[in-house]
Design a protein around this ligand. Structure first.
Ligand SMILES: Nc1ncnc2c1ncn2[C@@H]1O[C@H](COP(=O)(O)OP(=O)(O)OP(=O)(O)O)[C@@H](O)[C@H]1O
Length: 509
């Protein structure tokens, strides 16, 4: 193993009411892939933000490549040879790879031939396979991620931090990313990454640090542990075994999408073409697809955010195609949006207000003359119940939603929707960013509700989740449902291939 390139000693970071990091000890060696794992809210992101200069520790020391450093901003971190790739890519779609890479770093190699040569050189050296002159909007998610990696390498990073890099990738892309990481380390670079996918961590990492409640509790070598051992280290107790389930699917249709198409208002290929599916009481119907293939639009027509160009949406036997979202929610559809920041939460508002969001017209929350005020007491009581039942880790219900860790924000949304006992749940990536323990708990809540008759439309990029929860899986590709699979029989590779259109599937367009 190479010499230490990152040494963190006694790192402590406090937020109001929370100690996010407490006496963290971390040593990362040159030429290794080092994974950081831990439950939601354990303090992983905070630690990485400290290392990237986005946040400053209250106590502790940082040394990079043997030199003590004060990282007061990302510029300081970049200067120290540290780069970070965030989960949400920060790319301009209508710019080329070259333009995206050079933007903001014009001083390094100019903007012309010198820059293009450098981009080519880095792409070749690390097997990134990127053409400098291609528009980013023409690249798939995996390639866009490689552009982000190229960006940090271009800026001279020798230590690269990746925040949940595989959350948005299909299995083939994950394999490619891991090949890239191996090339990076073969060239003497160091990779630090956060992940909730423990199998992946075991397959690619050279060292794993486990953080529990803000503190480093273990450093292990992948060959010495199983995914289950890691999960137990994360939560500090033994996990229950998953149980197999009898089917609960009935023949009562709850939600039907009939011959539904949606034109693209900007022209070009329709966003949805002739989509047909039915969700019965007690049934979970999964949708597998690479992001951007129509799953968002499918959710939007079901939730009344867009009106289909043709076809119809039925709730039971009532046509809701032209209903507003509010009417649809009032009719008993729960909704877990894909983008929790844009559609799920008011980040500046306290948890107790967020718990009412989307349900503010329910009698229990309405008060005041003409029903113009929110019943704060009822909302607070409900917030306490969600926090308790869904294990939202927070100092109180009065803190803002924005101060919760990503996984805890997600648990808050799930709790809010599920406690309403909806008839149908439209769930987009319900456990994205949620740790394995909380994920198992959320799956349990959903399965329990299914036994009581809940129908679920499940969109997920997590194939394990799709296969584990769904009674039936459809693949969506370029706005069409191109194949239907039995989750008990399909392999992840088969699904991955159907999602990228690599194989002809039943009924393929
Ligand atoms: N800006 C902030 N203000 C207040 N509290 C914060 C802030 N950022 C993080 N916290 C708190 O610090 C703790 C650690 O959060 P952090 O985001 O580091 O966890 P995490 O391990 O990355 O979780 P996840 O897996 O859910 O992303 C949480 O309790 C969170 O609520």
């Amino acid at each position: 193993m190479g010499e230490p390139v990152v040494e963190l000693h006694g790192i402590t970071k406090r937020f109001p009411g929370v100690v996010a990091n407490k006496d963290i000890e971390l040593t990362v060696h040159r030429g290794t892939v080092h994974a950081i794992v831990g439950e939601n809210g354990a303090g992983k992101s905070t630690l990485m933000k400290i290392l990237y200069g986005v946040q400053q520790p209250d106590e502790g020391t940082i040394s990079v490549e043997g030199r003590a450093r004060q990282l007061k901003s990302p510029a300081d971190a970049i200067d120290a040879g540290i780069g970070m790739v965030f989960q949400h890519f920060q790319l301009a779609d209508n710019f080329t790879v070259l333009e995206n890479v050079v933007l903001g770093a014009e001083k390094l190699h100019g903007i012309g031939e010198g820059a293009r040569r450098k981009v080519k050189e880095i792409s070749d050296a690390y097997g990134l396979d990127l053409d400098p002159d291609v528009l980013v909007e023409h690249l798939g998610v995996g390639a866009q991620q490689r552009v982000e990696i190229l960006k940090v390498l271009y800026r001279g990073a020798r230590i690269i931090i990746l925040d949940e890099p595989t959350a948005v990738l299909v299995p083939q892309e994950v394999d490619e990313l891991f090949d890239n990481l191996r090339e990076l380390k073969a060239e003497g670079l160091t990779v630090i990454f956060i992940s909730h996918k423990l199998d992946e961590v075991l397959s690619v990492a050279d060292a794993i640090t486990v953080i529990r409640r803000g503190t480093t509790v273990a450093e292990v070598a992948p060959r010495d542990v199983t995914a289950r051992d890691l999960a137990e280290l994360m939560v500090g107790s033994e996990l229950p075994s998953p149980s197999t389930e009898e089917s609960t699917v009935t023949d009562v249709p709850l939600l039907s999408v009939e011959s539904t198409s949606l034109d693209n208002p900007l022209g070009g290929r329709p966003l949805l073409t002739d989509v047909n599916l039915t969700i019965h009481s007690g049934e979970i119907v999964g949708i597998a697809g690479v992001e951007g293939n129509g799953q968002d639009e499918l959710v939007e027509v079901v939730m009344g955010m867009r009106e289909p160009t043709s076809g119809r949406i039925l709730l039971g036997d009532v046509d809701t195609s032209s209903w507003h979202t509010r009417e649809i929610r009032e009719a008993g559809i729960g909704y877990i949006p894909a983008d929790r920041h844009r559609h799920g939460l008011l980040l500046e508002a306290p948890l107790w207000e967020n718990v009412v969001l989307g349900h503010q017209t329910e009698p229990v929350y309405v008060t005041g003359p003409g029903g113009t005020l929110i019943n704060g007491a009822a909302a607070r009581q409900e917030a306490e119940a969600v926090v308790e039942q869904y294990d939202v880790r927070t100092p109180s219900i009065n803190v803002t939603a924005g101060s919760l860790s990503g996984g805890n924000q997600q648990k808050l949304i799930i709790g809010r929707e599920m406690r309403r006992e909806p008839k149908v749940l439209v769930a987009a990536h319900p456990t994205r960013g949620v740790d394995v323990g909380a994920q198992a708990a959320i799956w349990d809540h959903i399965k329990q509700a299914r036994r009581a008759g809940l129908g679920v439309l499940l969109i997920s990029a997590d194939l394990e989740e799709l296969v584990g929860l769904s009674d039936s899986i459809h693949v969506i590709l370029r706005g069409r449902l191109t194949g239907q699979f039995d989750p008990d029989r399909v392999t992840k590779e088969e699904l991955g291939a159907a999602m990228t259109g690599a194989t002809a599937t039943e009924g393929a367009a």
